[in-house]
Design a protein around this ligand. Sequence first.
Ligand code: NDP
Length: 245
Amino acid sequence: MKLDLSGRVALVTGGSRGIGQAIATALHCAGAKVAVLAKNGAGAQAAARALGDSARGYACDVGDAAQVETVVASVEREVGPIDILVNNAGTRRDNLLFRISDDDWDAVLQTNLKGVFLMMKHAARGMIKRRAGRIINITSVVGMAGNAGQSNYSASKAGLIGLTKSVAKELASRNVLVNAVAPGFIDTELTRDITPERRQVYEAAIPLGRLGGGRDVASAVLFLASDFASYITGQVLVVDGGMVL
Ligand code: NDP
């Protein structure tokens, strides 16, 4: 069996940079036509242009129901029926419990959890009709283990695991497979503001001895999107160099 996604359409949220860009690139290299979504449309379009003619970029705030409904319809019309949905868009506003404002709580939950609910709700309709689809949600090891200073982010990522497992049970009979990937510490813009001291602490806690890269996460997504994973649903695949064991 060969890992070949030719003829499939993949939608990657937050595909303009970091892990999402690595995922979009991996899916494109495996032959899929890729739609890249980001809040900033110019960023999404630049990432799509870098992939080539078969890719397209779209502006969409995944936390906004009307925008999600519109963009899913546009992608299905302009790129094709969505076979693979990767919910990667995410944000964080870290602080200790008593310093998290209501806005910081809402903004993180809106993008990281409600955004995935909205994307699945709209993109899964066609998958159900066609009796085929793959949904891969990017959670985090902190959704499993928790992390001081990230209670809003951890709650959103833990919620995402429950959401993934529930929707996996709902859609299994329609051959729509829903899984999550839980990265550990991946070197992207999202983690670049962490102090060098904190970074050293994380590095020391990773048995494989290095931070992950976007490609490490993309490989796991590629597997779950492929025919190699056709009997796997409702699972969380941890990609963390052994950090949380
Ligand atoms: P980056 O900050 O580098 O990229 C985030 C991406 O999401 C950008 O494309 C951004 O585009 C997009 N985005 C953010 N908010 C929205 C929104 N409301 N609607 C649409 N797009 C949005 O993050 P990473 O690549 O590091 O992280 C990607 C995912 O992996 C996230 O879900 C993150 O939680 C998760 N993760 C990351 C880890 C890490 O160590 N880096 C560890 C574990 C999980 P724009 O700015 O245009 O909105």
